[in-house]
Design a protein around this ligand. Structure first.
Ligand code: ADP
Ligand code: MG
Length: 301
């Protein structure tokens, strides 16, 4: 059964079209990353999915219920972690999770949740004393209080350091292994690639691509890039290489296309032209390249 159905969703804020005819379906048990730059419409989409706001036109069903009309019935079965969570600063971690429990009839024990997000030792600390990464784990525990069938995470790792980000990734991975449906938004392409079975690229309110991360890369950015460094590399120009920006002529690159005979023959030709190649590396394409191909802009811009 589809966990989520979005049909021709449009959301307008005055002159801004935050969502433009978005249609998608998510199967139960999928982990989906909605990837897009700031302002793409990610938060707007999540808000509509969880019934926090109403579409201008189109319709949304979550777990077979029409949103936002039936959102009260859906809330019991979903978990939500918004872009920023305002906790009561003086409540302890344990008190905070106990408070969240009261919203639901289906409940996990606070001890189980603390263990799950590895905050057992911090249970008696006020939330305000925790680091950003720990606070985000409290937010995730709060989203898991009712053992939700569908988990919505809006930019769960934005602003966190790499270790805290990894910790959140592990928790998302656990939910996925428990067969939950996970919908997360992110503007980090490594996050989408690492966590998701499926990536939906959103740009200016439109879905511009939808598929498994590797399938998107194969479809839109199939070429790997060979990069060399060394001296006397100018002679590479006539062989189709380009200087790498900012490397003052000591690094050059070119696409490694499937129909090129081999890396060895490329390098042999380079040497023959007079280039002194000292180091060679191959750069795999990424979802960043997919985004660039589809929109002409960089994801991080
Ligand atoms: N409440 C609002 N009022 C007016 N414009 C809004 C509102 N919420 C979002 N927008 C606009 O809608 C677009 C999408 O925003 P948002 O969904 O927050 O993007 P993202 O989460 O991908 O960064 C942006 O242009 C934003 O300025
Ligand atoms: Mg957002």
């Amino acid at each position: 059964m589809a966990a989520i159905r979005v049909n021709n969703a449009v959301k307008r804020f005055g002159n801004v079209m935050a969502l433009q005819h978005v249609t998608l379906e998510v199967d139960s048990g999928q982990t989906v990353a909605i990837l897009g730059p700031n302002g793409a419409g990610k938060t707007t989409l999540i808000d509509m999915l969880v019934g926090l706001s109403r579409l201008t036109s189109g319709n949304i069903e979550v777990l077979g219920h029409v949103m936002p009309k039936e959102s009260r019935r859906v809330r019991e079965r979903i978990g939500l972690c918004l872009q920023s969570t305002a906790f009561f600063p003086r409540l302890t971690v344990r008190e905070t999770l106990s408070l969240y429990q009261h919203f639901f009839t289906r409940r996990r024990s606070v001890d189980e949740l603390l263990d799950w997000v590895q905050l057992t030792e911090k249970a008696s600390e006020p939330v305000s004393k925790l680091s950003g990464g720990q606070q985000q784990r409290v937010a995730l525990a709060a989203a898991l209080v009712n053992d939700p069938e569908v988990l919505f995470l809006d930019e769960p790792t934005t602003g966190l350091d790499p270790q805290a980000r990894r910790d959140i990734w592990d928790l998302v991975e656990m939910s996925r292994q428990h067969g939950r449906t996970v919908i997360l938004t992110t503007h980090y392409m490594e996050e989408a690639r690492h966590l998701a079975d499926r990536v939906i690229i959103l740009d200016r309110g439109r879905v511009v691509a939808d598929g498994a991360p590797n399938a998107l890369i194969r479809q839109y950015a199939p070429n790997r890039v060979v990069r060399v460094s060394g001296d006397h590399l100018e002679s590479l120009e006539k062989l189709g290489w380009n200087p790498v920006a900012g490397a003052s002529g000591h690094e050059w690159q070119r696409p490694l296309e499937d129909h090129d005979q081999s890396l060895e023959s490329l390098l042999a030709a380079a040497r023959q032209s007079g280039a002194h190649v000292q180091r060679v590396s191959i750069q795999e394409s990424s979802l960043e390249d997919v985004f660039l191909h589809l929109t002409g802009r960089s994801l991080s811009a």
